[in-house]
Design a protein around this ligand. Structure first.
Ligand code: ADP
Ligand code: MG
Length: 348
């Protein structure tokens, strides 16, 4: 099968993220013909290159379209829909729900999945709250990922700090600010795979024990990206040790959250577990980072699914979805034709 891996390339970067190569190798090992299409901010180029590649499937790893744009990945998914090519992960509608952290919470609420109570401070809209709030709070951008705008000062303890942080997000990121109740507890990541019957992998824990006393126990941008920092070095992902019942509860919550925000094919749910055993969903990452050493791939491995099998299963899941839709449409057309009133023969 011809599979085009679609990836975003930042301006000035000559090579895409290592994950593209890893996904390509995994697909090739299963007998597919992968190719990599990198995009930057030219929509005509995307259309031309996808059309020229004539793929049976697009493995969509696009997280952005022009770095400064919020919601670019939705546009790219929309283009793939219009080109009528099957692709992995969510469509524009799903991506919209998943990217908006306050909207996602409303969907979680309907499914009775717990999340931190919050307030949303949008620059040009009404103030919005969900629940009664108490300090400390955690302030982050409403629609960004990869811990953009999150650092050691995101944890605020009074209203002055809160408002300073809100304004900083408005001014420097141009996004609304989401202030959530800070959930003290263990940080767990649960990988989920599948559509009609999604399965949850064993939870991975972000171990903060190597951080110095007083350093916030949160995955801010230093923890995720700054390899030379004390915060990066002081944290590591490990397989979580949990009593079986609690582990099952965490996995069920992850699947409920995955379904609530309509994740397709694969994703990772980030949760916090308090001392008293309460589980809060912090975020649902649809089509999460798929690098070989990522938490998602490590969790799959812990469940007996190696990297090659994982990548190829994602491709299969996307194709199955597409085929189901195609078959349903064909069936619908056939039924419509069979039940149509025959045209009357005109009198001569
Ligand atoms: N309400 C919260 N309570 C405690 N920690 C939080 C909360 N919100 C975010 N965090 C911390 O910040 C990290 C990043 O937040 P997240 O919402 O996942 O943003 P991003 O999309 O940038 O990854 C989380 O992994 C967690 O460590
Ligand atoms: Mg996150």
């Amino acid at each position: 099968m011809k599979i085009a891996i679609l990836a975003y390339l930042e301006a000035g970067e000559s090579k895409p993220d290592i994950v593209m190569e890893q996904v390509a190798d995994a697909l090739q090992s299963a007998g597919h013909q992968p190719s990599v299409i990198t995009i930057h901010d030219d929509i005509v180029e995307i259309v031309d290159r996808v059309r020229a590649a004539k793929p049976d499937l697009v493995f969509n790893l696009v997280e952005s379209f022009d770095k400064d744009m919020i919601g670019g990945s939705m546009g790219v998914a929309g283009v793939l829909d219009l080109l009528q090519v099957p692709y992995t992960g969510g469509g524009p509608g799903e991506l919209y729900l998943q990217e908006d952290k306050s909207l996602s919470k409303k969907l979680l609420d309907y499914e009775e999945v717990r999340y931190p109570d919050f307030a949303l401070f949008a620059p040009n809209a009404d103030f919005e709250t969900g629940g009664n709030l108490r300090m400390p709070m955690f302030v982050k951008p409403q629609r960004m990922e990869a811990s953009q705008g999150i650092d050691e000062k995101s944890l605020v303890r009074n209203t002055t700090e809160l408002m300073e942080r809100v304004l900083k997000i408005h001014k420097t990121l141009g996004d609304a600010a989401l202030a959530e109740e800070y959930i003290e507890g263990r940080e767990l990541y649960v990988g989920v795979l599948g559509n009609t019957l999604p399965v949850a992998f064993p939870p991975i824990e972000l171990d903060f024990s190597g951080l110095p006393e007083g350093s916030p126990r949160v995955a801010d941008s230093a923890v995720k990206w700054d390899e030379t920092s004390e915060r990066y070095k002081g944290t590591k992902s490990v397989l979580a040790t949990l009593p079986p019942e609690l582990k099952a509860k965490v996995q069920k919550t992850a699947i409920d959250a995955y379904r609530a925000v309509r994740v397709r094919d694969y994703g990772r749910v980030d949760l916090r577990l308090t001392d008293t055993g309460e589980i809060f969903v912090i975020e649902v990452n649809a089509s999460c980072y798929l690098e070989k050493t990522s938490e998602f791939a490590a969790a799959a491995k812990a469940d007996g699914i190696n990297y090659e099998a994982l990548v190829n299963r994602i491709a299969e899941l996307a194709l199955e979805r597409f085929k189901e839709r195609k078959t349903a449409r064909k069936r619908q057309r056939r039924t419509a034709a069979a039940t149509a009133t025959p045209a009357k023969t005109p009198k001569s």
